[in-house]
Design a protein around this ligand. Structure first.
Ligand SMILES: Nc1ncnc2c1ncn2[C@@H]1O[C@H](COP(=O)(O)OP(=O)(O)OP(=O)(O)O)[C@@H](O)[C@H]1O
Ligand SMILES: [Mg+2]
Length: 262
């Protein structure tokens, strides 16, 4: 990682006006355990990061979405957030998949963390759902308890208020969403972001599904920043063996690396 080594907690707070409530984040520090992947995967994520940075300084809140389930949104969203934080950018990762979140279990975060659903139901204030992580530049918001009405929750004014709040505090807000073609929540969340990255699973998502997702975003006037072709098997000949590498699709490539299933 190309993280600036002298980036300290003090610099993280620099420029934060007092009274923003930012210091009101939870004191608890979360330690997400992220699996090692081949360096080419991190390179692909860094390419994605570079492209997003080049998309303009007005692109701050980025939704990561896909047409269908299981295409790799959460994996990419979290690694992407880590990568932004690695540059010393104040970053917050928001898990908005209230219906089917795997973030806590995948990254070994134990205990029932309060999150979006509690905040959106009005039972907790927004700063109290922000968790610090062991990376000074990365904070997280979890989904919280399962809620029966996620689309109503994310379409209400409190979600918009939260997005405005975090936009004011962080350099980047990375939002993991649910699949666009299956439930409306993803679209509602993406609408509150400045741009969206569409993840497409290589060899699985058919063109019509990807097109449908793209059209939905266009109708909703959501800016599409690009697409990631995920799990693309690329046979590289090295030392006489053929193995998976990563392939460039339209937009960015993010290769198959055999991460453990959830
Ligand atoms: N490039 C990749 N190579 C190999 N496995 C991957 C890759 N990207 C994701 N996976 C695996 O695919 C599965 C689905 O990934 P992930 O949970 O990130 O998808 P998702 O789109 O967020 O799913 P959902 O729609 O259920 O939220 C997981 O087991 C994950 O480890
Ligand atoms: Mg997911």
């Amino acid at each position: 990682m190309d993280r600036e080594s002298n980036y300290t907690e003090r610099t993280f707070f620099q420029g934060q006006p007092t009274g923003t409530g930012f210091e009101g984040r939870r004191a608890e520090i979360i330690h997400p355990t992220i699996a090692e992947v081949p360096s080419r995967v991190n390179e692909a994520i860094n390419i994605l990061r570079g492209n997003i940075q080049l998309s303009g300084s007005n692109i701050k809140a980025i939704a990561i979405t896909s047409a269908l389930a299981n295409e790799g949104k959460s994996s990419i969203a979290f690694r992407f957030a880590k990568s932004m934080a690695g540059l010393g950018k104040k970053t917050i990762f928001i898990d908005s998949d209230i219906r089917n979140s795997i973030i806590q279990s995948r990254y070994g975060i134990v205990g029932k963390k309060k999150g979006l659903s509690e905040y959106l139901c009005g039972s907790i204030s927004k700063d109290k759902i922000i968790y610090r992580t062991d990376d000074n530049c990365l904070d997280m918001i979890f989904t919280g308890a399962l809620a029966p009405n996620p689309s109503e929750l994310v379409s209400g004014p409190l979600f918009q208020e939260l997005m405005e709040y975090v936009r004011g505090l962080y350099d980047y807000v990375i939002v993991d969403t649910c699949p666009l073609n299956l439930v409306i929540d993803g679209l509602l969340v993406a609408k509150q972001c400045d741009g969206t990255v569409l993840v497409v699973e290589s060899g699985k998502t058919d063109r019509a599904q990807a097109e449908k997702a793209k059209q939905q975003m266009q109708y909703a006037d959501i800016r599409i920043l690009g697409a990631v072709l995920n799990k693309a098997p690329v046979h590289e000949k090295r030392y006489g063996y053929s193995h998976y590498g990563y392939g460039y699709g339209y937009g960015y490539g993010y290769g198959y690396y055999g991460e453990k299933s959830k």
